[in-house]
Design a protein around this ligand. Sequence first.
Ligand code: FCB
Length: 488
Amino acid sequence: MTTTPSRFPDGFLLGAATASYQIEGGAREGGRGPSIWDTFSATPGKVVGGDNGDVACDHFHRWAEDIDMMVELGLEAYRFSIAWPRVQPGGTGEFNPEGIAFYRGIVDRLVEKGIKPLITLYHWDLPQELEDRGGWLSRETVDAFVPYAVRMVEEFGVDVEMWTTFNEPWVSSFVGYGAGAHAPGHADDVEALTAAHHLNLAHARAYRAMKAVNADIQVGLVNNCHTPRPWDPSNPKDIAAAAHIDALANTMWHQPFIEGSYPEVLAPNTAHLTDWSFVHDGDLAEMKGAVDWFGINYYASHVVRHNPNKAAAQSELATLADGHKAGANSPWAGDEEIEFMPPTGKRTAMGWNVDPSAFHAHLLKTHRETGKPLYVTENGSAWDDVVDEDGRVRDADRVDYLHGHLDAVLKAIAEGADVRGYMAWSLMDNFEWAQGYAKRFGIVRVDYDTLERRWKDSAYYYREVLRRRELVPAEEAERLADTPPRTF
Ligand code: FCB
C-alpha cells in the first residue's frame, strides 16, 4: 500500500481568496461606478434578506489591516479581484485614477509583505453601463474587456505574475443569463450559451493582448467544476446525461483553448434551442492556445440521471445541488430530460455535499484533459457558525472539510496531477451573492454590525498548515486556537 505524502511540494502556493463585490463595500466611494450586482441586489426578492454589497466587509477602508491579518496567518498568496467599475466606471472610456490607486496600495503592500498576489479581472461585477448595452450577449462587451485587461497589466504586470481573466464564466453565463439566479437575472437558455461563448472569446482576446504587454505574466482561466457522475453507471442514458452536464460545466471552458473546438455533444444536444450562429468564423481559432494555466474552484459533487418526467421529481435540494440558488429556469441548456439527484452524505449550510473523493478525481481528470498547470483557486465550506461564550468559533466541520480537501490535493499530486497551489475560500465571511450574508465561508468571522474580524478555529488550523507546509491532523485544531481568539 502506498501512503500519500503529507508535505506540500516546494513552490506549491498556499493562500486564500476573496472577490471585490463580496468584501469591498465602498460601493459609491472613490469614483466607483455601478455594477450589475448593485442593480441586482437592489431588486426586491433577488438576494436573501435584501442584502447588498454597499458595505460588505468594508475592505475598501480596512484593506491595510486585512493584509496585516494575512501576514499573521502566514499566507503565501492572496487571490483577489479588481472591480472593473471601480477602475473604469462605465466599462469603456476614462479610467478612474482613484480606483487604480486603491489596487496599487493593495499590490504594493502584498509585495512588501512577501505575499504573492493573484489578480482576477472579472469576478462578476460588470459595469452596469455595459449591461445596458447588451452585457455579455453583445460583442461590444468582449471589445470593452480587452482594453480594461491591458490597462491593468500595464499598471500591475511588473509586480503581479499570476492573472485570471474570468472567475467561473459558467456562473456568469448559465446562472446569470440562464437561470436568472444571479445578475443580470435573465432566464433564457440561448442567452446563456451566447454569453458563454462571448466570455470565452473575451478571455482569448484579452489573453493575447495581455501577453503582448508583458510576456512574463501567466494568464489563466478559473472554472468552477461540477462532477456529474451517472446515477446508474451501466445505463447509457445516464452516462449521456452526465456527459452533457460535463460538457456544459467543464469541457466547454477548456477544450476551446486547448483544441480550438467545443465538445462534440453540445451542438446536437442543444439543436432544438439554437444553431450556434453566435459562434463566428475564426472565433475558435482565436481561442486555441490562449491559456497558460487553469484555476479550479471546487465545492461539492454531483450525480445525474436521465429522467423524461423530471419536473415532477426535481426536489429543492437537488436544485440547490447544481448551483448557488434556484432561479426561474434551470441553468443547464438542453437538460429537459436530465435530473440532478439530491446530494448524499454530509451537507454544508449551502446544501452542498462534502466529497473530497470527487475533488481528487476532478483534479486528475482536468490534468489529463488539459495538460496545463492547475491551481485550486477556491475551495471551502459554509456552516452555521456559533460564537461560544469564551469567544471561540469552534468550526470543526470547516476544519474537517479543509483537511479532507487538502488531503485530496496531495493525493492528486502524488498521482501525477500538476497542481501548484491552493487558495482557501474564503479569507473571511462575506457577501455570498444571492444568499446575502446568511452563508459564512470564512476562516475568519466577520461581525457585520461592528465589522470586527475574529479568527475561527479553522484560521488557526490553516495557519499551522502554512507553518508546517504539511497536512495537519484535524484533531489538532482544538488545541491550536487561542482563547479568546484574535480579533482585528
Ligand atoms: C464560487 C464563487 C465565490 C463564492 C463561492 C462560494 O462559485 O466564485 O465567489 O461565492 O462560490
